[in-house]
Ligand binder design. Structure first.
Ligand code: FE2
Ligand code: FE2
Length: 325
């Protein structure tokens, strides 16, 4: 049943409170215990957050393959999160240079960037600890990009005209990473690998502050835009989410290719998996896991508050303006 949500609006945290919190937690000890052996018989992430779980093949796969798929997906998640975080640092630094921000927010963004630098190092160290043969040679196995994309991305993150779009992608990804962590932390201790438990706890605590800072920035930037520009950004964002962020894109396919290298009998299922992946945007359970009001409460509340973004209803099965299902 649909219900009005006005009474349950989430209050945005002030920049001052974000700053106070960040100062308190800024002197932290190392999160990972690199002396502890990775427990490879355990899951690295909650299986219900992984795309293959939503295909017709998953339940019939042997437990050994399910487990390895889960571990490869978690390492791919670590890579893509580190990649987003490095883009985010570039954007935030550029915003700090271009805008005259509230002093508390400006100081908080310094902590925000510092925390993201720590996270990037943490994800890369964790992957190297899990799979040294692969990650001592390279920082990314699954995130494949031509060499020229890095300078292009660095350049684009400094383009003021792209920030209104990129900030939405950032808040969407940050709420998603918190949800993946929260779901994984709900797993029984004997199911989830202990080093992953530690990083999920640590990361989600920092990300909650980041999401509120993204919220400040989105509101600040959108309050200055004309209705026409807001509409343009909303349509472009809707297109980007549909094309790249709902169904498992290249990253998900790279994980499957890697799984097939370890389990060659799976090769016969490759086309079917790709086909099912391309149709996951029509799968209500999958979409609910990816993007719903329970796992993206602030993003959805922001969609509600900027009417041009009500168009997200047309691609997100679980977004309805101002309401929850
Ligand atoms: Fe992070
Ligand atoms: Fe973050």
């Amino acid at each position: 049943m649909l219900q009005a949500r006005e009474s349950s609006l989430i209050p945005r945290r002030s920049a001052e409170s974000l700053l106070t919190q960040a100062r308190k937690s800024s002197h932290r000890s190392k999160i990972l215990d690199l002396k502890a052996k990775i427990q490879s018989e355990k899951y690295f992430v909650c299986p219900e957050t992984t795309p293959l779980f939503y295909t017709s093949l998953y339940t019939d796969l042997p437990r050994e393959i399910q487990l390895r798929y889960n571990q490869l997906t978690a390492m791919a998640n670590n890579e893509i999160t580190a990649y987003f975080e490095s883009s985010l640092i570039n954007i935030l630094s550029a915003i700090q240079n271009k805008y005259s921000l509230d002093p508390h927010l400006n100081q908080y963004l310094d902590y925000f960037c510092e925390e993201e630098r720590d996270h990037i190092q943490m994800w890369l160290e964790l992957n190297a600890h899990c799979w040294p043969e692969v990650y001592q040679e390279q920082s990314a196995k699954f995130v494949k990009q031509p060499r020229w994309t890095q300078p292009l991305l660095r350049w684009s993150s400094t383009k003021k005209s792209l920030w209104p779009l990129l900030l939405w992608i950032m808040i969407l990804q940050e709420e998603r990473s918190v949800d993946v962590a929260v779901r994984s932390l709900r797993m029984e201790p004997e199911q989830l690998e202990p080093q992953f438990r530690k990083v999920y706890q640590h990361h989600s605590a920092d990300e909650l502050g980041h999401i509120h800072a993204d919220w400040h920035l989105i509101e600040m930037i959108y309050s200055k835009l004309s209705a026409l520009k807001k509409k343009l950004y909303a349509r472009t964002f809707r297109w980007a989410v549909k094309e790249f962020l709902i169904t498992p894109a290249r990253l998900g396919v790279e994980v499957i290719k890697s799984l097939i290298q370890e389990f060659p009998d799976l090769r016969t299922q490759y086309s079917l998996i790709k086909e099912e992946y391309s149709r996951l945007d029509e799968n209500s359970d999958y979409q609910e896991m990816m993007y719903s009001r329970s796992n993206h409460p602030i993003t959805f509340q922001l969609f509600d508050s900027i009417k041009e973004f009500h168009c997200m209803e047309s691609i997100l099965l679980h977004y309805r303006v101002g309401r929850e299902e």
